[in-house]
Design a binder for this molecule. Structure first.
Ligand SMILES: Nc1ncnc2c1ncn2[C@@H]1O[C@H](COP(=O)(O)OP(=O)(O)O)[C@@H](O)[C@H]1O
Ligand SMILES: CC(=O)OP(=O)(O)O
Ligand SMILES: [Mg+2]
Length: 403
């Protein structure tokens, strides 16, 4: 790495999208940000903003067949602004990797062995790890000389005690198949819990925080003095909260019931629970904006989907309150958590006895900054804390390669 190589490109490859950011770690400046959505569908959308040049956001709709094509399109956009992957100022490429199993507890420089291990974990992150591997392969092909770093969603949760991480099933079977609760969105839970402490003017070691990461995938975590002690996702990102297209918690017997009585194959049941459940399964929409519009227009199915979503969320707030014993803050983050005031209001409603309340005026404020939405008198702070997985991945990547 040359002395003036201070830039990091972060690739966050999701099941049908790629989010990316180019950052200069010398001053934390964001040089470019962008997103490719609906990969594999008839019309994919690419949005690219070259912040470094002050250029306007460029948006294009075009068919993008797969993640490889998406990443090559991203490389083309960056190159068009003189920010291409061939830049000598690039120090590393940081990759979000969703499942790192038990093995990866820290950001890791990617070798062939590391890629092989990420590949081995595909059965437990079928929507995510394949896209992450494609991102790694394309980036390696474009810059074989550069360190590629994997930052794992699971890493922050490896501090969970066995009582939280183990399922109550036969120990030998569980261990033989590495069945345990790993948890995901860890980069976000780590970043948001730290930012929440900052908002309270405290050190992370002094505060207990419940983080509610509500995006398309959604998870809750209980963070005690900066360390994760419980989280709602498990072996895979299917457990826990109601999500855009995933069921979250169900009685595991539903699976054998469907196999025996509905003639469904394991793959069909897997697809039902991961892709046709959650909000989309309940009301046909997975976007909270659309669901709110339908509720305002008197749609009962949308209203019930919203109620089920919020009911589960409230149960997890109560559960993690009990796990932590004392709670200093509840932080809402990601697309729904940062933007959907009605979700925040409904999730906290009725919890005054626990010291939790939301101030209607503060909750209605929109903005990009971390902010409190609880009234002055409340014992527990309720906050909206925008997440920044890409910045956190860049920070961890740069720390590793510049050490
Ligand atoms: N203004 C808004 N109001 C309500 N919900 C929103 C708003 N903007 C985004 N969302 C919700 O956020 C979701 C996307 O969240 P995001 O964190 O970007 O998800 P992911 O990273 O999993 O793709 C959307 O599906 C939508 O439900
Ligand atoms: C792990 C996970 O659910 O990620 P996402 O929310 O990006 O789908
Ligand atoms: Mg996300």
């Amino acid at each position: 790495m040359t002395a003036n190589a201070t830039r990091v490109l972060v690739l966050n490859s999701g099941s049908s999208s790629v989010k990316y950011q180019l950052l200069d770690m010398a001053d934390g400046a964001r040089l470019a940000v962008g997103l490719v959505e609906r990969i594999g569908e008839e019309t994919s959308r690419l949005a690219h903003t070259p912040l470094a040049t002050g250029g306007a956001k460029r948006e294009r709709e075009q068919p993008i067949a797969d993640h490889e094509a998406a990443l090559r399109a991203v490389a083309g956009e960056l190159a068009a602004d003189g920010l291409g992957l061939d830049s000598p100022e690039l120090a590393a490429i940081g990759h979000r990797v969703v499942h790192g199993g038990k093995k990866f507890t820290e950001p890791t420089v990617i070798t062939d062995e590391v890629t092989a291990e990420i590949e081995r974990l595909i059965p437990v992150a079928p929507l995510h790890n394949p896209a992450n591997i494609t991102g790694i392969r394309v980036a390696q092909a474009l810059r074989p000389d550069l360190p590629q770093v994997a930052v794992f969603d699971t890493a922050f949760h490896t501090t969970m005690p066995e009582a939280a991480a183990r399922y109550a099933i036969d120990v030998e079977t569980a261990d033989a198949h590495r069945i345990r609760r790993y948890g995901f969105h860890g980069t976000s839970h780590a970043y948001v819990s730290r930012e929440t402490a900052k908002l309270l003017g405290k050190d992370p070691s002094e505060v207990n925080v419940i983080v509610l990461h509500l995006g398309n995938g959604a998870s809750a975590s209980a963070v005690k003095g900066g360390r994760c002690v419980d989280t709602s996702m498990g072996l895979t990102p299917l457990e826990g909260l109601v999500m855009g297209t995933r069921s979250g918690d169900i009685d595991p017997a539903v699976i054998s019931h469907l196999a025996r009585n509905a003639g469904m194959s394991i793959d069909e049941i897997d697809s039902l629970l991961n892709k046709k459940s959650g909000l989309i399964g309940l009301c046909g929409d997975n976007d909270m904006r659309e669901i709110r519009r339908r509720i305002d227009a008197g749609d009962e199915r949308a209203a019930l989907a919203f109620d089920i979503y919020v009911h589960r969320l409230k149960k997890y707030i109560g559960a993690y309150y009990a796990v932590l014993g004392k709670v200093d803050a509840v932080a809402f983050t990601a697309g729904v958590g940062e933007n959907a005031a009605p979700v925040r209001e409904a999730a906290v409603a009725g919890l005054e006895e626990l010291g939790l309340a939301v101030d209607a005026d503060l909750n209605a404020v929109r903005g990009d900054e971390a902010r409190l939405i609880s009234p002055e008198y409340a014992r527990v702070a309720v906050a909206v804390v925008p997440t920044d997985e890409e910045l956190e991945i860049a920070t961890q990547t740069y720390a590793l390669v510049s050490a």
